[in-house]
Every structure is written in structure tokens, then in C-alpha cells.
Ligand binder design. Structure first.
Ligand code: G3H
Ligand code: 13P
Ligand code: ZN
Length: 327
């Protein structure tokens, strides 16, 4: 089937008590890994392109690779989404390029500016008469901590979503889904050691997600789809492989999967995962080079990377999102 927007699949996810995985794509192997996993498990899936990915791979390459995936897996709904669009112009460019969904992230700006720019993006994206199709829009209230190329918020500068703002924001902007900050964080180092406790085996345990905020948002916006960013779990088995094969990732820590599963049964309909794919790819490539110092054919090590990323995505669909057989 052709690319879809996220309206219907999120509605179904809300009712069904599961979430759709939104995975970041940067190259062909990652597009293939995610869609092979989703295709085999008959799961809807969101492929998202960040500003950094667009600059790295060129948005046309990524768009055509995602369209190729749609041809290969005609039975699953696939969304092509802009992740963390930081301006109206970037959102417009992606819509004009054929993206079916965009995020405008003005969460780091004052509230009224966030309302104004989000509404401007919605007015453009939702103009079916002009575009011939409805492009879904995600926005954000509250700011997540964490660091990735284009998204950088210091730990002290993050803030939880204020549930009192959500109805006003949604009513005034017309946005289709809302990303909220309840304690998730971008990147592979989501918490500092001093924010965590240690369990009896000395392993760091992060502070729990703020389910109280999520539930209050859900009460104020019944039936409205909520998005969680920064939701990688940083699987320690991959961190271990990386560190055993020449990498150096001390104290990498993520969000416990059981809490994400719990959130997906509530109003959370989209869960963003990027860092765990990076860890899978990196673990595979490091291991490959360590075990085969004579290899120099990219198909050999990138093929391993693709396999590891596919395993990560299958695990997420089955154990975290619950979106298998929902295509
Ligand atoms: O939330 C951010 C995404 O993981 C994208 O990261 O800007 O490094 O591509 P990036
Ligand atoms: P992670 O860094 O936790 O994978 O979050 C990705 C994300 O939120 C992309 O928008
Ligand atoms: Zn994000």
C-alpha cells in the first residue's frame, strides 16, 4: 500500500492498547532492517527522518528507500515522518517532498510561540484542498533532557509537561498527536548516576517515569494520541558487546522496557526509538571487525548490522509495543 499518515493507525493503537514504533532511519540497511521486522510481524510502523538524517543521506534518497520498502511490504501501513522539525520551513519542505507526517518541535520556545508555529504547520499540513492529502502533525509540550546531533538539552534545562496546558494547546493548534515529557530522555546516557539508585547487584536503576502526568494528560484529552520520545532502553547486552570489542560506553543507561509497555497500554500510541538501533548496528560492526580483521567488504559488516537492527526491532514490537498482527 502507499505511504499512510498516522491518523488511523494511532486511533486503532489507542483503542487496542498498544503503540506504534517510530524508528529513525539514516541509511538503506536501517530502512530494510526495520521494515523486514515489521513485515514479518505484520506490524504498522513509522519510519522517521531527522534533520540530521536528511542532511546525511539527502531526504530524496531516504524517501525513495522508504517507498521501496512499501513496495516490498504492501500489507503493512508505513508512515514517513519528519522527526523534530525545528521550523515551519523544514516541515513544509518535507510535506512538499511527500512525507505523510511531520513533527514541529517548538518545545524549547515560549508557550505562545509554540502555539503559533504549531498552528501554522497544522494549517498547511491539513489543507486537503491544496495538498490533496491530510498530513498528520505531532508537536511537543515540555522538554526532554539528552543529547543527539540536532537535539541537545542539558539535564538541568529539561522540564516535565504541564498537564494544565495540554487542552489549550491541542484546541488552539489542531495538532494530531502530542509528545510529552514524563522522564524519558534522548541518547544512550539518559540519566546521571546521581539520579539513579543501585540495585542489590550494583546496577543503576533509573527514576521511574511520571505516570501521574501521563494519566492526568489522558484525563484531560480523552482518546487523544500521546507520543513518547527518548524511549530507547539501551540494552546492556549490546553495550557489553560494544565494550568487549574496543568500544567505550561506560554508564550507558535507558528506560526500562516494562514501563514503556505499561505506557503503551495507556494513551501512548507512538514510541520513538533511535539509540537502540545505533547500539545494535555498532555492536554488530565492532564484533565483526574484531572477529574478521581481514574483511573489507561493506556487505559483510553492514549485513551483520542489518541483522542486529532487525533483531532489535522485532524485540520492540513483541515485548514493548505490542503492535504485532495489527497491520
Ligand atoms: O531524537 C533525535 C533522534 O534520535 C535523531 O537524532 O538528530 O542525531 O539524527 P539525530
Ligand atoms: P532515543 O535516543 O531514546 O532512541 O530517542 C529517539 C527519539 O526520541 C527520536 O525522536
Ligand atoms: Zn525525539
Amino acid at each position: 500500500m502507499p505511504l499512510v499518515n498516522s491518523k488511523e493507525i494511532m486511533k486503532k493503537a489507542y483503542k487496542g492498547g498498544y503503540a506504534i514504533g517510530a524508528f529513525n532511519v539514516n541509511n538503506m540497511e536501517i530502512v530494510q532492517a526495520i521494515t523486514e521486522a515489521a513485515g514479518e510481524l505484520k506490524s504498522p510502523v513509522i519510519l522517521q527522518v531527522s534533520k540530521g538524517a536528511r542532511a546525511y543521506a539527502n531526504s530524496k534518497y531516504l524517501k525513495h528507500m522508504v517507498e521501496a520498502a512499501c513496495e516490498n511490504y504492501p500489507d503493512i501501513p508505513i508512515v514517513l515522518h519528519l522527526d523534530h522539525g525545528d521550523s515551519f520551513e523544514l516541515c513544509k519542505a518535507c510535506i512538499d517532498d511527500g512525507f505523510t507526517s511531520v513533527m514541529i518541535d517548538y518545545s524549547g520556545h515560549p508557550y505562545e510561540e509554540n502555539v503559533e508555529v504549531t498552528k501554522k504547520v497544522c494549517d498547511y499540513a491539513h489543507d486537503v484542498k491544496a495538498r490533496g492529502r491530510y498530513i498528520t502533525v505531532e508537536a511537543e509540550l515540555g522538554t526532554l533532557a539528552g543529547v543527539e546531533d540536532e537535539v541537545q538539552v542539558e539535564f538541568g534545562k529539561s522540564s516535565y509537561t504541564d498537564p494544565e496546558q495540554v487542552q489549550d494547546f491541542v484546541n488552539r493548534t489542531g495538532v494530531d498527536s502530542l509528545a510529552i515529557a514524563i522522564g524519558t530522555s534522548h541518547g544512550a546516557y539518559k540519566f546521571k548516576a546521581e539520579q539513579c539508585e543501585r540495585n542489590k547487584d550494583g546496577i543503576l536503576v533509573p527514576p521511574p517515569l511520571r505516570f501521574d502526568i501521563l494519566k492526568e494528560v489522558e484525563e484531560r484529552l480523552p482518546g487523544f494520541p500521546i507520543v513518547l520520545h527518548g524511549s530507547s532502553s539501551v540494552p546492556q547486552e549490546y553495550v557489553k558487546i560494544i565494550n568487549e570489542h574496543g568500544g567505550k560506553m561506560p554508564d550507558a543507561i535507558g528506560i526500562p522496557e516494562d514501563q514503556l509497555r505499561e505506557a503503551s497500554k495507556l494513551a501512548v500510541c507512538k514510541i520513538n526509538i533511535d539509540s537502540d538501533l545505533r547500539l545494535g548496528m555498532t555492536a554488530a560492526v565492532r564484533k565483526h571487525f574484531d572477529e574478521h580483521p581481514d574483511h573489507f567488504d561493506p556487505r559483510q559488516y553492514l549485513g551483520d548490522g542489518r541483522k542486529y537492527v532487525k533483531d532489535v526491532v522485532k524485540h520492540k514490537i513483541l515485548e514493548v509495543l505490542g503492535s504485532e498482527n495489527q497491520a
